[in-house]
Design a protein around this ligand. Structure first.
Ligand code: ATP
Length: 322
């Protein structure tokens, strides 16, 4: 569905995309994940035919983006990060106008617009002026716009950016509903977004591809490396209890102290299997409670997106001295 080979994009002397290659197969929902400035929007704009590349080869549904640009562009519904909408138009008018621009035959336009409004859940605001819509609805109109010519491939740039948690959930559900019929490539800088919506992930940072794989495989890279624990009661007793837990390599007490509680960072051997990490956490909490200490907070550390990126750019962690 998408084939990207050695893609490079320079903005003047700045290299925004640096020799990136990947494939997206039919029917998949793929997350294009990376921190700000990674080159996500630049890549997606090139794939959608809105921006030229410096070098490389891109095929969309078998059409070369440079040699058969019209056919390639017709295969894609693109939703940019900032959806350009006309505030003085009603939703249905806007989508009909967009369908016309995208070459949908007059006789089919009404059906296409209805179908896009149905899929993007904007039927109830069909006759509302776009300028009066909430951000969440505007985003969904942007999605309906991407869908209106019924393209096989959807490219969505940060589709949930700026939405509240409720709206994020609704947009995620809409995207999940598109799988099967459409292939979706969406960008985000939020790991949990990808975990919830995507079958596969492409990780990118500083213009370079870091990793590509099934979401479940990327998730495994998020294993916590330590545990922050706050305990009410005797801090020294708590430290003794934690040090005695099997699997724990180090217990470090936080310097900032509260009157009636103590905080610790507990680390385990880097090579400890995932299942043993879970057991260690459970054992630590049970032992503290059994010793009459109150557990106020337990927070796994080292599971943020940044940690995954650091891990990937740095390579495997050195073995713990035994
Ligand atoms: N038109 C432009 N001219 C010059 N540099 C640009 C231009 N557009 C983007 N860049 C730079 O290229 C790099 C990649 O930008 P891009 O917008 O593709 O990243 P991104 O991963 O989408 O980030 P964000 O999540 O912040 O949108 C950044 O360093 C950015 O500053």
């Amino acid at each position: 569905m998408i084939s990207v080979s050695h893609l490079v994009k320079h903005y003047g002397s700045h290299v925004a995309v640096d020799d990136v290659s990947f494939r997206v197969e039919k029917g998949q929902i793929v997350g294009f994940l990376g921190p700000n400035g990674a080159g996500k929007s630049t890549t997606l704009r090139i794939l959608s035919g809105f921006l030229g590349m410096t070098s490389g080869k891109v095929e969309i549904c078998g059409h070369d983006i440079e040699e058969a640009s019209l056919e390639a562009r017709r295969s894609v519904g693109y939703m940019p990060e900032a959806v350009p909408l006309y505030p003085e138009m009603r939703v249905v008018e806007y989508l009909t106008f967009r369908a016309e621009l995208k070459g949908v035959a007059r006789a089919k336009r009404r059906a296409h617009v209805d179908d896009a409004m149905e899929k993007a859940s904007v039927f109830d605001v069909a006759n509302t002026l776009i300028g009066k819509l909430s951000k969440g609805y505007r985003q969904r109109v942007g999605l309906a716009d991407a869908l209106v010519a019924n393209p096989p491939l959807l490219i969505l740039d940060e589709p949930t950016a700026g939405l509240d948690p409720n709206q994020i959930r609704q947009v995620r559900e809409l995207i999940a509903g598109l799988s099967g019929e459409h292939t979706v490539l969406l960008s985000t800088h939020i790991l949990s977004e990808v975990e919830q919506s995507c079958d596969r992930v492409i990780l990118i940072a500083k213009g370079k591809l870091l990793a590509e794989g099934k979401t479940a495989d990327i998730r495994k890279m998020r294993r916590p490396t330590a545990l922050d624990i706050t305990v009410r009661g005797d801090g020294q007793a708590a430290a003794r209890v934690l040090k005695a837990i099997q699997g724990v390599a180090k217990v470090k007490e936080a310097t900032a102290k509260q009157e009636d509680s103590a905080s610790f960072q507990v680390t385990w051997a880097k090579k400890l299997p995932d299942a043993d990490i879970e057991q260690t956490i459970e054992a630590a909490v049970s032992a503290l409670v059994a010793a009459g200490l109150g557990v106020r907070e337990v927070r796994p550390v080292g599971s943020s997106l940044e940690d995954v990126f650091t891990e990937l750019t740095r390579g495997p962690a050195p073995e713990e001295p035994s």
